[in-house]
Write a protein that binds this ligand. Structure first.
Ligand SMILES: [Zn+2]
Length: 168
């Protein structure tokens, strides 16, 4: 066999998931939620979505990255069951962390300028006041930079689903 159909199918499924998420309305639309359902991937709860909407992690379009990650995980788990050594190499090389980050780059506001204007004046004051105190308490996602909202509330990043947190 020179061609591996499993690999081709895997690539087309992950690409389709990416495109569906990307072309979805902000926060997910019907076709996105159909796709989540198809893979049995868990959508964000309404409460989690509201938290994200009000967080500093702004998006202009598309489904939330964490949901795309959940779909990727389901797709990968499904293909691992095929026990195809060639395919497994591709699955191992699939960098979910990076893909989710790339996706975030596509759905975040085009320019950082909006963020600067809307946040800078407010947060600079807040920062200079609270810098010393809060410095040790800020925990950010290593992958997407989202602040962890409440430490005890969840294990993975609510925004992108990463397990990697760094204190700074
Ligand atoms: Zn994150």
């Amino acid at each position: 066999m020179t061609e591996n159909n499993n690999i081709a199918e895997f690539k087309s499924e992950t690409e389709k998931a990416f495109q569906t998420a990307w072309h979805s309305e902000k926060g997910g639309d019907e076709s996105w939620y159909k796709l989540l359902e198809f893979y049995g991937a868990q959508p964000l709860s309404q409460k989690e979505k509201e938290q994200l909407m009000n967080s500093e992690m702004k998006i202009v379009k598309g489904a939330y990255p964490v949901e795309l990650r959940r779909v990727y995980e389901k797709i990968i788990a499904g293909y691992l069951l095929k026990n195809d050594p060639q395919l497994n190499t591709v699955l191992n090389e699939f960098d979910t962390e990076l893909k989710v980050k790339e996706y975030y780059q596509k759905i975040k506001p085009f320019s950082g300028m909006n963020d600067i204007f809307s946040n800078a004046s407010v947060s600079l004051n807040k920062y200079s006041e609270g810098m010393q105190k809060e410095k040790h308490q800020t925990i950010k996602c290593k992958n997407c930079g989202a602040p962890r909202l409440e430490v005890a509330q969840y294990d993975n990043c609510l925004f992108c689903g990463s397990k990697l947190f760094v204190s700074n």
